[in-house]
Design a protein around this ligand. Structure first.
Ligand SMILES: Nc1nc2c(c(=O)[nH]1)N[C@H]1C(S)=C(S)[C@@H](COP(=O)(O)O)O[C@H]1N2
Ligand SMILES: [Mo]
Length: 559
């Protein structure tokens, strides 16, 4: 008789796995939250990114981002991107756990070991140790010693194994109980047990539901800052303070506050930790290898400029573009100091997170603006934006410009950098794009003749090439020229405005920009207007926005 009931259906294994994994995940999460221990699901995702073909991960991520945006969860692309990665990491870990517990139950059914708890611990180790090793290889953000990380994760997996083995025993016992009291067919011990387990694990999981907090914790939830949020004293400090053209209210701030700057990291597990006594070694094919401290670098001749950087994965109208003031040292100065040898043609730059990119020495020799950056907005770089050092290369997307630089090696030949190897553009030249930030229906006004206008405003950007002209179209009417505000520098976006002669109703506004004519020609170049996705060369296409326009309410005092 015991022969027959000492088995648990495999689907119950899957169910127990599905119920118990969230508890394990939540405990890992609490370890991360309160003791900065690694959160294994994110490490798992980072590792998957390294070992699986890029298209697979990208497809998954893009689909999730679309979904998150469609669900109205967020407008913010970097937030959606990170959330997508994190959900994928958690989902994958959960799925692997579910399948593993199912297999464990099948094995128990076959082997029928005497000591189920011991079997559980062994299962816990076999299931968990690969994750522990993955975490040890990819996690660079936990400040906790690897030994403690190892002990913590191993204990949790032992506990997990013990718990599922216990559940197995309960299920067997439940079945035995039912067997004895055949009369009560309704209330099976197993079903009761599973329901109780469902309740218990759900409670535990909800208790740890700060997880949602973790998911949102990319620190990006701040809404777009607009020109209306900028104190006048601050605006007065800017180099274009007396520009003739004023931004329309609701246009994004011309300078992005540093804490609102977009952010893209290859790791979902956290920020790298940079040692107190950081130094930058410059090695390889140079006559004069050096190892500079940050102070050494800060004492070199510096340059400062307002710069707009954008991510190649930004969508048209997306949030992955920001402007701030960059300060650093020209790479030309660095070449003078280290004296590259004859056979050096490029520098391999490595980030603390394992990111890498190459800069051609010829490009550096042509362009003194390429800079090793140590400050944003006159302050040391924030850790999330690349402290202590990051690169700036004009006219390229962010993917060509490493953060958290920990090494620069002069090499004989450039190779493909981190994102290029993953199928993105090798040149990564910034596409010309333009965006409508606002159709300012709250700011409709009339001129002396009584004609009413709706102010429309936004930005246009073409790397360091500049913007020659911006045009706005309303519905199917003609394209009309907008006014351009003098930009902060020739490397920032340009704010434009167009005051549309008022017409009530629902309208669609579209914008397009031109970069200046090439040397020796006279026609400015229209931005690529055909929609193309971000991959591989950066998104192109026309941005549009719908607005319902009504005559403003008459002033009450006059009524
Ligand atoms: N070390 C390192 N550098 C990096 C990245 C990274 O993940 N690691 N991301 C790149 C990408 S894709 C972009 S768009 C910019 C983003 O810089 P930000 O996060 O400061 O906005 O950094 C680039 N440099
Ligand atoms: Mo990027």
């Amino acid at each position: 008789m015991t022969e027959r009931i000492e088995r648990v259906p495999f689907w119950m294994g899957a169910l127990i796995g599905a119920l118990f994994m969230p508890v394990l995940i939540v405990v890992f999460f609490l370890g991360q939250r309160f003791a900065s221990l690694p959160f294994l699901p994110f490490d798992l995702f980072d590792w998957l990114v390294q070992v699986t073909p890029a298209p697979l991960i990208n497809f998954g991520k893009e689909t999730m981002v679309d979904l998150l945006i469609a669900l109205g969860n967020t407008q913010n692309l970097d937030e959606a991107g990170k959330t997508a990665e994190r959900l994928m990491g958690i989902g994958f870990f959960w799925g692997v756990g579910l399948v593993s517990v199912m297999i464990f139950f099948i094995v128990l059914n076959i082997v029928k070991p005497q000591n189920k708890t011991l079997a559980g611990w062994i299962f816990g180790l076999i299931f968990g140790l690969p994750f522990v090793f993955i975490s040890q290889t990819v996690n660079i953000s936990s400040p906790v010693s690897p030994l403690i990380q190892f002990v913590w994760a191993t204990l949790l997996f032992l506990g997990f194994g013990g718990a599922v083995a216990w559940a197995y025993e309960q299920l067997v016992a439940g079945a035995a109980a039912v067997e004895k009291e055949k009369a009560e067919v309704e209330v099976t011990g197993r079903r009761q047990f599973l329901i109780r387990m469902g309740g218990a694990t759900a409670t535990l999981t909800v208790l740890g539901a700060g997880l949602g907090q973790l998911l949102a914790d990319s620190g990006q939830s701040t809404p777009t800052v607009t020109v209306d949020d900028v104190p006048p004293e601050e605006a007065a400090q800017l180099p274009n303070a007396d520009a003739a053209v004023q931004p329309v209210p609701g246009t994004r701030a011309e300078v992005t506050p540093v804490e609102n700057h977009y952010r893209i990291d290859i790791l979902s597990s956290g920020l790298p930790s940079i040692p107190e006594d950081y130094t930058l070694p410059i090695t390889g094919l140079v006559d004069n290898p050096v190892e500079w401290s940050l102070d050494d670098i800060r004492q070199m001749p510096s340059m400062t400029e307002f710069i707009t950087m954008s991510c190649i994965s930004n969508r048209i109208g997306g949030s992955l573009i920001s402007t701030t003031k960059w300060t650093g040292v020209s790479f030309q100065h660095i070449l003078e100091q280290v004296q590259p040898s004859e056979d050096a043609t490029a520098i391999k730059i490595t980030g603390a997170d394992g990111f890498d990119e190459f800069i051609d020495l010829d490009l550096i020799r042509e362009d003194e603006r390429i800079m090793l950056t140590y400050a944003w907005d006159d302050e040391p770089l924030p850790l999330r934006n690349g402290f202590p050092l990051r690169t700036h290369i004009p006219n390229r997307y962010g993917m060509k410009q490493p953060k958290w630089i920990v090494g620069m090696e002069f090499v004989a030949e450039a190779e493909r950098g981190y994102w290029v190897r993953r199928g993105w553009s090798a040149e990564a030249l910034v596409q010309t794009t333009s965006v409508i930030d606002t159709v300012s229906t709250n700011n409709i006004y009339s001129d002396d003749s009584g004609q009413m206008f709706v102010p429309v405003g936004g930005i246009a950007h073409a790397g360091d090439r500049g913007i020659a002209r911006v045009e706005v179209r309303v519905d199917d009417r003609e394209w009309q020229e907008a006014q351009l505000r003098e930009p902060l520098s020739d490397r920032t976006w340009v704010i434009w405005r167009y005051d549309w002669p008022f017409a009530e109703g629902e309208h669609t506004f579209a914008v397009r920009a031109y970069e200046p004519a090439p040397e020796g020609e006279s026609d400015p170049i229209l931005q690529p207007t055909d929609p193309s996705p971000a991959r591989p060369d950066g998104a192109t296409g026309i941005h549009d926005r719908d607005a319902v326009i009504r005559a403003p309410e008459p002033e009450t005092e006059e009524a």
